[in-house]
Design a protein around this ligand. Sequence first.
Ligand code: AMP
Length: 615
Amino acid sequence: MAKIPINISTGTIQQEEIIVGIDLGTTNSLIAVIHPDTKKAVALKEVDQQTIVPSIIHFGESISVGTDAKDYLLTDAHNTIYSIKRLMGKTYGDIENADYFSYKIIDNEQKELVKIQVGEKFYSPIELSSFILAELKQRAEHILKTNVSKCVITIPAYFNDAQRQATRDAGKLAGLEVLRIINEPTAASLAYGIGTDSSVEKNIAVYDLGGGTFDISILTISNGVFEVLSTNGDTYLGGDDFDKALFNKFVADLGLNEEELLANKELTQQLRLLSEEAKKVLSKADHFSSEFAGEKIVISKSEFEALILPIVNKTIDRCKSALQDSELTKKEIDVVVMVGGSTRTPLVQKMVADFFEQEVNTSVNPDEVVALGAAIQADILAGNTKDVLLLDVTPLSLGIETMGGLMDVLIPRNSKIPTQAGREYTTQKDGQSGMDIAVYQGERDLVSDNRKLASFKFSNIPGMPAGLPKVEIKFTLNADGILQVNAKELRSGVEQSIEVKPQYGLTDEEVEQMLMASLTNAKEDIGTRALVEASTEAEQLIMQTTDFLVKHKTFITDAEVAQTKEAIEAIKVAVNEKNKDLIQLKVEALNEISRPYAERVMDQAVANAMKGQQI
Ligand code: AMP
């Protein structure tokens, strides 16, 4: 009998668990989902119709987040935390513009991650971000009337591993399973439908001008995989600078004494808000007029544009650098996508369009575009969008076991998928008809330290002398992370293949542990690899020399045979002792002994060949 899950609080039939997309921004954050009916991405709105949640936390009698907390920015600055994203994964030594923050950042250790002091308590940026994420989660649950525990979170393309990990951890702390962290420009492109058709190859410029930060990213998409070619920007440049320019102009026009004005916090805030309002009005109208402290304020669009021109020019300089670093020309950029509230300013749109010599894409709400893209990615992960490829890299290296139990990596970790790699191997023994192929995942040099995914026997290799068969092992990793292993003997065409699911059953923590282990054991691994290689080489040399003695005994003296046997024994002892240096020394000694008779045999072979004979 089929079970029908009912949501007890609403009495409705519970749908499959929803995965939300989250834009965790410096100034504002928001959450989006795929609408169950329209199948389109939508930003979630509370009853107040607001989609945006200010990324602000206030510590008072209780902790408030968002619009409620924003009101405390002026009245209780020490206990009000903003721009926490700027501190994610950072040590005190990493922080520029420390006086930008009005709250207390603790600097007891340059190398440790920063903490923020609020009253008697210390919080990490991870904990503080988790408050914002928890608020978003709660909001989503309230609006959707269902439990929300899985998400995709966006981050700037330039975020390093520490910052990415910190974002993941913040999600975990907020009770969210972070299925994927994706780059903001990638999300913005997805929201514009770029990348959802895997057959299309495109170069994309994503221009993101928010309130306090500017990012330009050049991406390329092919086979459904986004690659960041270059990024540039300014972490302290944005729409707030437009407001400041207007604020200063109004102060001058009104003949206000700036010092006196700044001493009056309330009046200052009023003028700040008025400046922002003027800016927003001028995105649509040619004039703005209002009153301030009983005086009339008037500004035209062209005056405003003259004021902000130097600021917008700075962003264009950054675009130039990003384009140069991407090694693409303007003509090679197929799409320009606009992100961030400040791209509503017409001068910004015009200057970016002029720079890239093409129209810019502004049709998706620039505040919501990143969150909408995250929701689309979430839907892909939920498996609802079957015709779209997963955009991913493989988290661990994939390879096969070679002689001596060594890992031979065919697809290194962080390779973009889908991907393919192949390598040729051969047999060790004359007439060898089969080969054991064992597939492993991991970063360690010895397969025994890695995770075995599968093994199979490649059989029916036609009888040939050792070293003659050419066995090509090919790995094909498709976009779903499914690995196909193919073995083919190229001389005969004999072929065999199997399918493996490499990611199956590995949690993020396990992946992390495996990576950590590879780092901590790197030194030991190098030593082990060198020993295994030396031993394998030595054993092969013993085999070849013993064969040689039998095949060419007429050319070798008894004394030479005795010496050779002695040298072989010495190698065997060194191998048993697992002494790499000694093995190499003894191998060299054997080579010294065999060189004269090997040369004699070669000379004879050449002489016979000259006579038309073969040896
Ligand atoms: P974001 O950080 O992407 O949320 O962008 C916020 C910035 O966009 C702030 O500086 C806002 O003042 C600015 N902004 C919002 N609406 C407009 C508008 N209509 N015209 C110009 N700037 C705007």
